[in-house]
Design a binder for this molecule. Structure first.
Ligand code: ADP
Ligand code: MG
Length: 476
């Protein structure tokens, strides 16, 4: 069954012609030129970026359906877009390659939520009292799909668990699915991909992605507006609830309490919970024990730093998705030299490309080298607990070992508290390790210190200025 690209495209056109108005067909389909068919990827040439966007917006469904009919379910569409002019080509037109975004419809169906009449009663006989239809956006970013998530040793378990959950939400043992790992390693991308997979497989299921901070704000607002029950009802109706960065719940007892109830309700009703965290739950401080034990009910899967091969594959994919073409040696150079996290790897690629476009220079190894040097130099020096203690002691003119000792002298106690405050806010160290690095204090002492400093900042202008000055010194 080796069809040529012309054949495939003509067959698609036959069908499309019957479905859409002939004027639209003339405008949007006649100008398209099929270029090649490689494996399952059909490449078509379109006359402008606008044309590409319009097709992707208006006709992607029909394009997808007809292509699948012709080449099979894994059919992919790629565009060659004719660009008007370019710095590199002295104003001559050139083309760029772009994959089809192939966006599925990710919206939720309206959901009926019982609500307590906090508003004046609605006098409409067709509205059932106490039931409100709500439309809400699942907040899924179509770019964060599994198709765009490169598999590697670093994410194998998390990714396959994610796919299992997406295919059968609420129906696997992975409930909750808890993904953890350092910042920039793909937690948000992965949990979004699960949400997208659910919407593709089960369009009727309601999915919601929400960041822990946003959840907390909504909760606080619901209390202020006196409709906490509506808030609860809303969350309890969701089929797949994705909460990103649950470490942000630390120390927020009321929010944890509410989340605990929502968690139980959803879990008991066979709904799926997907969570992310920047550390393994055992290391989370300031979190209720009963919540921590819930986090361990399902599956814990971590994301590690990617190896060279995976970094390279991620760069290539990102470049392809953004229509960026670069020589192999540049990709390899970037993958070799930026290894800390994926977010930085990607921003290296983008900034390199932007510089070359702005300065009208070819992307060379030399340019890449300069960019990486700059990136490494401007990377904020990592702030450690030791460094904080040193700066704070210098500021208050006291010896470090006194601060780490047991003295209860007022100015020493204050320096100690300020150190703990900055250690908590500027490092990722746990409360316990902050406490132990400053004379064997426990985590409650550290929390108390932070509270005291926060109070003083609010009430004492002189103190606030001190804190600002120290912060400035810490961040040079
Ligand atoms: P986190 O939430 O862990 O801080 P993100 O999910 O925001 O990290 O990922 C940072 C960037 O790296 C995003 O642009 C994401 O698309 C990209 N990324 C992470 N992991 C992968 C992967 N396996 N394949 C492709 N891109 C990835
Ligand atoms: Mg994230």
């Amino acid at each position: 069954m080796n069809k040529s690209h012309d054949e495939v495209w003509n067959n698609c056109l036959e069908i499309i012609r019957d479905i859409i108005p002939s004027a639209s067909f003339k405008t949007w389909f006649e100008p398209i030129v099929p270029l090649r068919l490689e494996k399952n990827v059909l490449t078509i040439q379109v006359p402008s970026p606008f044309f590409y966007e319009y097709l992707e917006e208006q006709y992607i469904d029909i394009l997808r359906k007809t292509l699948r009919r012709e080449i099979g379910n894994d059919a992919k569409l790629e565009y060659n877009i004719i660009m008007e002019n370019s710095a590199f080509t002295n104003g001559k037109p050139y083309t760029v390659r772009y994959p089809s975004r192939n966006k599925a419809d990710l919206q939720n169906k309206p959901m009926q939520v019982p609500f307590e009449a906090t508003q004046p009663a609605i006098r409409n006989p067709f509205i059932i009292p106490g039931i409100k239809k709500v439309h809400f956006d699942p907040r899924l970013n179509p770019d964060y799909s599994f198709a765009n998530f490169v598999e590697g040793e670093c994410n194998r378990l998390a990714r396959s668990a994610g796919i299992a959950v997406g295919n059968n939400p609420g129906g696997t043992a992975f409930n909750p699915l808890m993904i953890y790992g350092d910042s920039g390693l793909g937690k948000t991308h992965l949990v979004q991909a699960i949400g997208i997979l659910v919407k593709e497989k089960y369009p009727d299921k309601t999915v919601l992605y929400v960041n822990a901070n946003k959840f907390q704000t909504q909760f606080v607002e619901s209390i202020r507006n006196n409709n906490k029950n509506d808030f609860l009802h809303f969350y309890q109706m969701i089929d797949v609830l994705i909460i990103d960065d649950v470490h942000e719940f630390a120390g927020k007892e009321k929010t944890q309490d509410t989340f605990f109830h929502i968690f139980n309700h959803l879990h008991q009703s066979g709904k799926q919970l997907i969570l992310t965290c920047d550390k393994p739950p055992v290391e989370l401080q300031g979190m209720e024990q009963r919540l921590l034990s819930r986090f361990k009910w399902g599956l814990l899967a971590d994301l590690q730093k990617p190896d060279f091969e995976t970094r390279l594959a991620i760069l290539r994919k990102k470049a392809y998705n953004d229509g960026i073409e670069l020589p192999d040696e540049i990709f390899e150079f970037l993958a070799e030299n930026i290894s800390s996290n994926i977010r930085e790897l990607e921003s290296g690629l983008i900034s390199l490309y932007a510089q070359s476009t702005l300065n009208r220079k070819e992307v060379t190894l030399e340019l890449a080298r300069q960019m990486v040097d700059r990136l490494v130099n401007t990377q904020r020096r990592e702030i450690t607990i030791d460094y904080i203690q040193k700066v704070v002691c210098e500021y208050y003119k006291i010896p470090v070992d006194q601060m780490q000792g047991k003295t209860r002298k007022r100015e020493i106690v204050q320096a100690r508290q300020v150190s703990m405050y900055f250690s908590k806010n500027l490092t990722k160290a746990s409360l316990a390790s902050i406490g132990s690095s400053i004379g064997g204090k426990d985590h409650a002492t550290v929390l108390h210190a932070c509270k005291t400093v926060n109070n003083l900042i609010d009430t004492d202008r002189h103190f606030r200025n001190q804190i600002l000055e120290i912060e400035k010194k810490l961040k040079v």
